[in-house]
Design a protein. Structure first.
Length: 740
């Protein structure tokens, strides 16, 4: 569908909707106005009918009051004028007064005389007894009233006909203060003749509805047909109760006229909408659509000829379409400029294509490792559960206890490995903290000694004292385990693996060769770890590919080619370098270079996914055994503690007494040169605010019971399980002591 036709259709739809709304609005407004006029007319007619009826009731009440104030009426009530009824209420007089019944009562409310018109040749009769009984409730209030001129006026329905009732008390005209001497009740029945006379007064047909509608308004309309409607006016007695309804038949000429006028308004709105739609379509086509068609033709020409050879588009006017044409021309000029730059960018594109292929490899690796790690974690969870159950079932001194502990360590490492595989796939940055690399090396050596390197001997040489680096311990341990396992595989599980930790300052002095992997590192101080094996080395043609994902020289079923790729990614995210070279004497050597710890820069202390139990709190660890210091410091740091190590009590006191130091906890051995654990504890206890102290020793029996109670918050016997140590440390920091 062409844009021109769409625009026409849109205009027609919008104008049609507006015209339709106007038509409906006109009909609603006109019809509502006429309905309101019709309702107001019905209200007036209903009120007029009730006023006319009230006037008749008032006239009847006035007649009853006039007769009640005659001396003859008083005399009749007193039994002195026996001809009163015949003289005053004959057939002619009743017909003239339009009275159906007259009853005269004595002061006690008993009927003295009554007369009723039968409506047949002027014949009269006594009022029936049931009619007399029906009027008694109206007589008693009148006789009891103190108002001499008061008249009870009410309406009632008897045998389906409406009766107007007026009851007045008989008073002496000259002595009204004497009170009521009796009462006169007059009844006018609205029979068919009276209703016809009533309709002639109202000039509209009237009928009586003896059963009023419940819960209906006093005046309401009911549509009879298209020409007529019935107006219902509720009639109420002197107590406000609905007794009947007057039904007036009204014509609906106003309603018909309103409909005609509403249809006329709708027709005018439709005609106006049609004229407006025609005018808008013509203006839209003339001022916009034709120019858009011209612009579209120019764009087709540019497409066919090409943006480099085509002429600019033709634009005219001073509006947005002219600005659109100018914008297209500027775009053409920009395209021509970009075309001249494409040749220059061609070489860069080739380089980016190579990077894209590498990125796709990494992405595929991430997806694969994510799937492997997810499934493998399920297996690890099951294995960990069975190992834990086996540990609980064994006696503490069982020979297999050590093996289960090593298995638990391997499981923890495998769990961390899986997390790092996921992290490698997501390329997430490591969670750095300051750590001692030698401690991590010792822990890793103990881990791989459980069988990961088979029968290989790991020989470690530390050539540096300042071994602090800012690293993620789990990721860095993963790198070392991968390199140690590769070295073991290269030697078929037999031989020595030499591990050397040394310092490297860049740029290196002139003439000093750089180890592999350090050439592209920025200047600064680095710690270099070399792991060398005694195997056949890496073939020269493979040296440039050993860190590629999925590349491996191992036989089928021996490796996936992921270990070195993961290690390479971890080292790069630590802002370090990794390299490999063959040694002249045989075997391959891998180098890992990491920047030395930047002590002046705050480092995130997080060591575990949840922050660890230590939560960054500082602990002073004092022990004269270097392996114990390194291993346990590494374990504590992994739990989130910031560990400061000391070789004996004297060095520990020197560190503790420094004004810029603050420790949350002190862990100390007992037997140490220069100053033992008890001496250190006494010095700390002598300070104004001593830090809690935990004694960890295999010679607790050398310390007196008094010193154990007063100097130390808790005492642990070596060897100590890490979970027990963590629990005791938390209890001491929480409650100040621990019974262990």
């Amino acid at each position: 569908m062409k844009l021109q036709h769409k625009a026409w259709a849109l205009v027609l739809v919008i104008v049609g909707l507006c015209a339709g709304g106007a038509m409906l609005g006109a009909r609603h407004i006109v019809q509502a106005s006429f309905d309101q006029i019709e309702a107001e007319r019905a209200e007036r007619e209903g009120e007029r009918a009730r006023r006319v009826l009230d006037q008749q009731l008032g006239a009847l009440a006035a007649t009853a009051r006039d007769y009640a104030f005659w001396a003859d009426a008083v005399a009749f009530v007193q039994g002195q004028a026996p001809g009163f009824m015949a003289e005053n209420f004959g057939a002619e007089n009743l017909g003239y007064l339009r009275i159906s019944q007259v009853l005269v009562y004595d002061p006690r409310g008993r009927v003295l005389a009554s007369v009723a018109s039968t409506g047949q040749d002027g014949a009269l009769q006594r009022v029936p007894l049931d009619a007399q009984l029906g009027l008694e409730p109206f007589v008693s209030p009148v006789l009891a009233s103190a108002d001499a001129k008061g008249v009870l006026q009410t309406l009632r329905v008897v045998d389906g006909e409406l009766e107007l009732v007026a009851v007045a008390a008989v008073h002496h005209p000259d002595h009204p203060e004497r009170g009521g001497q009796g009462a006169i009740a007059m009844v006018r029945r609205l029979d068919a003749a009276e209703l016809e006379r009533f309709a002639s007064v109202l000039m509209t047909p009237v009928r009586l509805l003896a059963q009023p509608h419940a819960d209906a308004p006093d005046i309401h309309l009911q549509i009879q047909d298209e020409q007529t409607e019935n107006l219902h006016a509720t009639l109420r007695d002197h107590q406000g109760r609905a007794v009947a309804e007057l039904v007036l038949q009204l014509d609906r000429r106003l309603h018909q006229q309103g409909l005609k006028l509403a249809w006329a308004g709708m027709g005018l709105a439709a005609l106006a909408g049609l004229l407006a739609a025609t005018l808008l379509v013509w203006l839209l086509d003339r001022l916009v659509l034709r120019r858009l068609q011209s612009l579209h033709s120019d764009l087709n020409r540019i497409t066919a000829q090409g943006p480099l050879a085509a002429e600019p588009v033709r634009s005219s006017g001073q509006d947005e379409l002219q600005q659109l044409g100018d914008g297209i021309n500027r775009l053409l000029e920009r395209v021509r400029q970009d075309a001249r730059l494409q040749q220059q960018a061609h070489q860069e594109h080739d380089a980016l294509q190579v990077q894209l292929m590498q990125s796709q490899k990494t992405e595929a690796l991430g997806r694969l490792t994510g799937g492997i790690a997810h499934d493998f974690n399920n297996s690890l969870a099951a294995i960990s559960g069975w190992v834990h159950l086996a540990t609980e079932d064994l006696e503490p001194d069982h020979p297999s206890g050590e093996a289960l502990q090593q298995a638990s360590k391997a499981l923890r490492y495998a769990d961390g490995l899986m997390r790092q595989l996921l992290a490698f796939g997501r390329q997430t940055p490591p969670k750095l903290r300051r750590l001692h690399w030698t401690s991590l090396i010792e822990e890793t050596r103990q881990m791989v000694a459980s069988g990961l390197t088979r029968n290989c001997e790991v020989v470690v040489d530390y050539r540096v004292d300042d071994d602090e680096v800012d690293a993620d311990p789990t990721q860095l341990q993963q790198v070392m385990v991968n390199l140690l396992i590769n070295a073991s595989d290269a030697m078929q599980g037999q031989g020595q693996v030499h591990v050397v930790l040394s310092a490297l300052d860049l740029p290196a002095p002139a003439g000093q060769p750089l180890p592999p992997g350090a050439a592209d590192l920025p200047p600064g101080r680095y710690l270099s770890l070399s792991i060398c094996d005694q195997g056949p080395g890496v073939p020269a043609e493979h040296l440039g590919r050993v860190f590629d994902p999925f590349f491996t020289t191992k036989g089928k079923g021996r490796g996936t080619g992921l270990g070195l790729s993961v290690a390479h990614g971890i080292v790069l995210r630590h802002h370090g370098g990794i390299g490999v070279a063959n040694r002249p004497e045989g075997g391959a050597c891998f180098w890992v270079h990491l920047p030395g710890s930047r002590r002046e820069v705050a480092v995130d202390p997080i060591t575990a996914p949840d922050g660890g139990p230590g939560r960054g709190r500082r602990v002073l660890f004092v022990d004269d055994d270097q392996l114990v210091r390194h291993a346990w410091s590494a374990l504590l740091e992994r739990q989130g503690w910031q560990v400061t190590r000391a070789r004996d009590g004297e060095e520990g006191w020197t560190l503790y007494d420094r004004p810029d130091q603050h420790f949350d906890l002190v862990l100390t051995d007992q037997s140490m040169p220069r100053l033992d654990g008890v001496g250190l504890a006494r010095r700390i206890r002598a300070t104004p605010v001593p830090t809690p102290i935990i004694l960890i020793s295999g010679h607790v029996n050398e310390v007196g019971a008094g010193d154990l109670q007063t100097l130390f918050n808790a005492v642990l016997h070596k060897p100590v399980d890490m979970s027990d140590l963590g629990r005791v440390m938390e209890e001491v920091l929480t409650s100040g002591t621990s019974r262990y």
